[in-house]
Design a protein around this ligand. Structure first.
Ligand SMILES: Cc1cc2nc3c(=O)[nH]c(=O)nc-3n(C[C@H](O)[C@H](O)[C@H](O)COP(=O)(O)O)c2cc1C
Length: 169
């Protein structure tokens, strides 16, 4: 696929959190700021957590969730940056541990090696957040340069914060 010249490519990774239904706000804002966007969702997120058809019409590309067949070409170009929003307890812990059992987590593991900016907006309730694995996972990802913030904010989920984190030096 030939990409429009000059536009950077953003992967938006969507996990199965209740707030995922609002991800269209992030896609719209990213496109407004000049990104081409490809959405990669966890298999659990595809189970009604967000409107995949809406995401496809906003990005002009299929939402990816499953691994491609070996003979199929890569559907997205390599990422210039990645925003994980919303990020679940499950995906954060698997990512930090290197368990690449979904396309989403495999992509995130690879993104660390590519050295592109990665922003994470978490959606994790207090009861889960106190689990020791979660704090250790976030610390490990931060050490690797991942920019992490809580997505929950007084006015609703802070979707655009993910894009602002990418701009941080
Ligand atoms: C309605 C609903 C809302 C959920 N919201 C969250 C959430 O905000 N954060 C979270 O970590 N898990 C949440 N979960 C649980 C995750 O969906 C579950 O842990 C799942 O395995 C996550 O898979 P994923 O990380 O591959 O997307 C929610 C589940 C349901 C049914």
């Amino acid at each position: 696929m030939t990409e429009p010249a000059g536009k950077p490519f953003l992967y938006v990774v969507v996990c199965a959190a209740g707030v995922a239904s609002g991800v269209g706000v992030l896609i719209a804002e990213a496109r407004e700021r000049g990104w081409e966007v490809g959405v990669i969702a966890t298999p659990a997120a595809m189970n009604g957590f967000f409107d995949a058809a809406d995401a496809e019409s906003r990005t002009g590309r299929p939402v990816r969730s499953a691994w491609r067949s070996p003979a199929d070409p890569r559907p997205f170009p390599p990422p210039d940056a990645v925003v994980v929003a919303p990020a679940t307890f499950n995906t954060v812990n698997k990512w930090a541990a290197g368990i690449a059992d979904t396309l989403a987590v495999g992509t995130l593991c690879e993104a660390l090696g590519l050295g592109v900016p990665i922003a994470v907006l978490t959606s994790v309730g207090e009861a889960l957040a106190v689990h020791p694995a979660y704090g250790e996972s976030l610390a490990r990802l931060r050490t690797l340069g991942v920019r992490v913030d809580e997505g929950r904010a007084p006015g609703g989920f802070a979707w655009t914060r993910g894009l602002e984190l990418l701009d941080r030096p």
